[in-house]
Design a protein around this ligand. Sequence first.
Ligand code: TRP
Ligand code: SF4
Length: 327
Amino acid sequence: MAQKRVLSGMRPTGRLHLGHLDGALANWLALSETHECYFFSADWHALTSEYADTASIHDNTREMIADWISVGLNPEKVTLFVQSDITQHAELYLILSMITPLPWALGCPTFKEQQEQIQDKDLNTLGFLGYPILQSADILLYRAHEVPVGQDQIPHIEITRDVARRFNNFFGDVLVIPKVKLTEVPKIPGTDGRKMSKSYGNTINLADTPKEVETKLRPMVTDPARKRRTDPGNPEICPVYTLWKAYETHENLEWVRTGCTTAGIGCIDCKMPLIKKINERLAPIQERRKEIDADPAKLDKVIADGNERARATAEATMADVRKAIKV
Ligand code: TRP
Ligand code: SF4
C-alpha cells in the first residue's frame, strides 16, 4: 500500500533548541516511519520578514538541515530540501495569487496579529500579505495529504484548502486538498518559564555544551513562592517540573513531587538530575552533528539530492497545472 504523503516546513531561524526537538522534530521523526515525508527550509518565507537583512538566511538553512539530520532524520528515507532551490514554488504561488480573493489574504488572522506584534520590522508588504498563499503553493505542489503543523498554522492550512478547492473548481481536479495534522506539542518552557523561543532568549539549544546547559538551568525560574530552602514548593506551577515531566519517568517524578512539597529537596537538588538528563539527551545529537560538520561536501550532496527529488515531484504537479490553466 502506498504511504500517505506529508509535507512540512520551518523557517530557517538558526540553530534549533529543545522546543523544536520535542515539538515538531519528534513528530517528524515518528512520521518518517509511517509516511512519505517532505521537509523543507522555508527560506522564501523567512524573506517575508527578514528582507532588510538577508545575510544569515542561507547559512541558517544549512545549520537547520544539519540539525534535522543530527536528531535522526534520515535523508535517504525522507526528502529534505530548500524552498528557494525549487522555483516551482514561485510559479505556483503566482498562479494561485491570481485566483485568491483579496479578503482571504487580508482576513487571515496571522497577518494582522504579526503586523501588530512585530514592531521592529515593516511587514506592510505585498510579500507578507502573500505569506499564506506561498505556503499553499508549498503544500499543493507536493500533493501532500497531511500537513503536520502547530496550532498557530491552522489558518494557513485552511486557506490552502480553500485555494485548492477554488483552483479545482475553475480548472478541474488537479490539486489534492490537504488536511491538518495537528502536532501535539508537550509544553517546553524556556528558562524564564515562558514558552521556549529564540525571540525570548530563553532557549536550551541542541548545540549547548553541558556547561552551558548547567549555566542556563541553575538559575531557571521555579515556584516563585518557594523563596527559602525550607519553604515547601508547588511543582504544578513550577516550569522546572514541567521540564521534568517532559524528560523523566514516573518514579523520578514522584521523587520531585514529594521532595518539593515537603521541602525535602532544594531547587538545585531538583535541577541537577534534570541537567544531567538533558545533557545525556543532547550528547548523541551533538556527536552526530560533529560528524556532519566534518564533511560539508556530504551535506551539500544530501541537500542537492533532496532538491532533486523535490523538484521532480513539484515539476510533475506544475506540468498538470500549466495544462489545466491553458497558459
Ligand atoms: N509558516 C510555517 C511556520 O512558520 C512554515 C511553513 C512554510 C510551512 N511553508 C509551509 C509549514 C508548508 C507547513 C507547510 O511554521
Ligand atoms: Fe520547582 Fe523542583 Fe524547586 Fe519544586 S524543587 S519549586 S519542582 S525546581
